[in-house]
Write a protein that binds this ligand. Structure first.
Ligand SMILES: [Mg+2]
Length: 197
């Protein structure tokens, strides 16, 4: 197995807080990161239907990142209505589906438009289509079951697999390193405990 350090290990380093504080945008791959990489393909009344399974804990992790003022972008090399629906549901800041998997130009364009440097971006990927991006961003992270090419291009690896809470793990450690996880969870619990008039 890879000797890539675990993402969680930044909590025990003196550089962790500064690294975490420098991140302004988190980019996410979909297949194999937000999902386990499986795709359900079928036919419904003559129409092609593609379904994916998302992990609900990842959704809350994404919400917490956004609540901390971090932008979240989904960048995938596969076009599907499922991703458009999930992106809208999560309220992500940018969503790019490029059938030619040109993820690096897509991310560069988002960064330029938003005035964010590539060194201020974290990207979570799992496979060869992510390598170009992983090599360029300030914080390159892969899921536990990433391919060898992706692992060799990353700085850290997650303990969770794609579709199994990997994004939640990433978000929680990033926000803990920034000292923001506890206040955010308190805010969340309080906000869900109030009676709406
Ligand atoms: Mg992937």
């Amino acid at each position: 197995m890879s000797d890539l350090p675990l993402w969680r290990s930044i909590l025990d380093t003196s550089e962790g807080p500064a690294l975490a504080a420098s991140i302004r945008l988190v980019g996410l791959d979909v297949d194999g990161v937000l999902t386990d990489g499986g795709i359900y393909l079928g036919d419904a009344g003559g129409s092609r239907v593609e379904l994916k399974r998302y992990e609900i804990q990842d959704g809350l992790g994404i919400k917490m990142l956004q609540k901390a003022g971090i932008l979240v972008a989904i960048i995938t090399g596969r076009v599907s209505e499922s991703v458009a629906l999930r992106g809208r549901e999560l309220g992500v800041d940018d969503l790019v589906q490029d059938e030619h998997a040109r993820k690096l130009p897509a991310l560069r364009s988002i960064a330029e438009r938003r005035g964010i440097g590539m060194h201020e971006i974290a990207f979570i990927g799992d496979d060869l289509p992510d390598v170009g991006v992983l090599r360029e961003v300030g914080l390159a992270v892969v899921v536990d079951n990433a391919s060898r090419d992706a692992i060799e291009s990353a700085h850290y690896r997650l303990e969770r697999k794609g579709g199994d809470g990997a994004i939640r793990e990433f978000a929680e450690v990033l926000l803990r390193a920034r000292g923001e996880w506890e206040p955010l969870t308190e805010w969340y619990v309080r906000s869900r405990s109030e009676v709406v008039a």
